[in-house]
Design a protein around this ligand. Sequence first.
Ligand SMILES: Cc1cc2nc3c(=O)[nH]c(=O)nc-3n(C[C@H](O)[C@H](O)[C@H](O)COP(=O)(O)OP(=O)(O)OC[C@H]3O[C@@H](n4cnc5c(N)ncnc54)[C@H](O)[C@@H]3O)c2cc1C
Length: 470
Amino acid sequence: MRPHYNKVSPALLTELGAAIGEENVFTSPAALERYKTDEEADERCFAVPEAVVRPGSAQEIAAVVKLCNKYLVPITVRGGGTGLNDGAIAQEGGIVLLTERLDKILELNKEGLYLAAEAGARTLDIQNRAKEAGLLYAGDPCSAESCLIGGNLATNAGGNKAVRYGVTRHQVYGLEMVTPTGEIVTLGGPLKKCSTGYCLEQLAIGSEGTLGIITKVILKLLPLPPYKADVLAVFTEPLAAIGLVAAVNKADLAPTSLEYMDNPNVQSTAEFLHFKDVPRKEDGIYVIITLETFDEDELDRKIEQLSELCEKAGAVDVLEADERIWAMRRNCLESVRLVSKVCTTDDVVVPVDELSGMVSFVIATVAKYPFPLRINAHIGDGNIHIVLCKMELSDEEWEDNLRRFAEEVYTYAYAHGGRLAGEHGIGSKKAAVLAKFTPPGELDLMRKLKRAFDPNWILNPGKVLLLEDE
Ligand SMILES: Cc1cc2nc3c(=O)[nH]c(=O)nc-3n(C[C@H](O)[C@H](O)[C@H](O)COP(=O)(O)OP(=O)(O)OC[C@H]3O[C@@H](n4cnc5c(N)ncnc54)[C@H](O)[C@@H]3O)c2cc1C
């Protein structure tokens, strides 16, 4: 049975205004309209919330959550709104809760090597603050300019440095969150190790706002390697490019990044950014490899070794990657909109040794479908983004083809040890396929957890887990 929700009432609005200030409660049509979508461009998925709130502290968030439990009104949490699976859209109505006022970087501890920040701090600002202190915050999603750190934890974001340093969950020592019933809890702390009961902070990470609202984070910092080289290996065959991954891993080069862009991505990002003379624009497939070391000679040796491996793998050019190449990689998604306003970015992840098979399967399979394909990938992590464009297809044709294509791809991925999402999460877009592809025991545990944390099913309903099954 679906949980029961009420509409936002004047009484609730009055109590919200008293709790967080009337100026932080929005109900005008123009204000609500702004939050009807996140990165989603398909209007059929938009949902205008009934109210938007902008609390300024964990205490105020806790007050909002308590009121929403009292009135049985759902809350959808929003960070930077850059999520790719409709996670910040209030599809069940109710309230959108903005975290943007919690934007302070609270402490950078050079001796303890950690940084504490509020959840609404921008990821790029955290990276820059660490860099100014000669340190590294290793979380690095391509959206760092516009996403917020709380959103990164909520989705367990990956990004460009995960191949060496891991994903967001590997950068987090602790966090503060407001539970779905409105208590403020501190989970974990700035500890290098901890074996003290259940590891609840890790449970909150990746829970996409369904188990709590993250209000503060304590992040790991690392020494910043002073020597760095970005190498661009240009290929003309996708499988040759992917073959480089195993060679690099075996050579123990420990790259910081190992990124892939197919030729449609190379072309459209070059056009999007007005770069006229990038290498092999007409047929090149790019693999970008970043090496970082603490020793200059070591870097030189690694560059030489890497160049040899690239040539052996079939690269037609091995060059220094200038800033334009990284700008292109960061704009893969944005540039797709030049081709098609509505598109989808899938995010399957497979064991790295299954990556060539997965990419071959995707390329062969898409040939049966009416949409153009482009692939960008964090190939070092086995994580590929399959971007499909709606173009001129009708809504029905798009839906039907997309569903059948995704079914084929996920079936292949699961048969080869893969999963639906490497870093973008599930949101509402993939909740049905999560229910279908997750082993029943695992899915049952997820539902039990959600019920235990959120008895009224107030937080982000319809995200990760289907409401219909409740
Ligand atoms: C151009 C572009 C490039 C991208 N590149 C990458 C990439 O390289 N790697 C990657 O992993 N992702 C990438 N993404 C996806 C997206 O940026 C990430 O998922 C990011 O972590 C979302 O953060 P956000 O602040 O925008 O969150 P939102 O989009 O606002 O929210 C995402 C989800 O988290 C929940 N949430 C947000 N804040 C909180 C909070 N404080 N507490 C609890 N729940 C919360 C929301 O309810 C929602 O379910 C990219 C997106 C774009 C548009």
